[in-house]
Write a protein that binds this ligand. Sequence first.
Ligand code: DO4
Ligand code: MG
Length: 276
Amino acid sequence: MKLYHLKQGIGIEHDGQSYLLQNESWEALINRDDSRSVVLEKLNTATKLDTISAADILSPLGQNQELWACGVTYLRSREGRQEESKSSGGSEFYAHVYEAARPEVFFKATPHRVVGHGGFVRIRKDSSWDVPEPELTLVVTTSGKIIGYTIGNDMSSRSIEGENPLYLPQAKTYDGCAALGPCIYLPEERLSEDTQVRLQIHRTGSLVFEGAITLSQMKRTQEELVAYVFKECSFPYGCFIMTGTGIVPSADFTLHSQDEIHISIDSIGTLINTVS
Ligand code: DO4
Ligand code: MG
């Protein structure tokens, strides 16, 4: 089952049929531990739709929710970070955090810095080396339960992070620094380890980067990441947690304005955004 945060209400796709639920709070619905069974019950009163239009889709992050992120959870992320921070002397930090008991978790954004499917993500004006980071993103309730998944793009400035790891908040958090969507996938069972995450970047109609990774390559478990984010922070409205990237383009690649970023995750769909 997939839930869509729409301009006109809550869109649902289930068993090949689309529905619209109106006069329901999106944020309250996705913060229920039993949201899948609640939505199933509500299907009886929902309006049937022919299709869900991409133009109606909003970011799935509720207006009182926070977006958090985890880092260096895949070997490729560790390698990429070590490469970019070699000259600053920061490279060893990434090797250590990959092996450490405590994962890297960081605050990524409040809702107004996040765009949805079809929105424009941004490159900072003071950055010269930028990449999208395609990440499985967990939808977590107040009680710490993972009720669903969405697709995330953790936009990152490699020039700023590479200059000094202490610049991480500036490399990661700015207006238009993240995209989420297109839907929240509410699975019957957790996503399998062979689920693929794929990234494609198109420039003036040509494919300029392509990569893929499976969830089995992630060093940490989803529950471990949630436990660390929730250790000393409460989330009265629930939160979203990006689980880290396993795809980092080679050092000669940087994003350009107008590039189109396609991130696909099996069972969830494809998140498409353009660089403004
Ligand atoms: O260490 C910096 C950030 C890492 C990150 O965002 C990732 O691995 O996805
Ligand atoms: Mg990331």
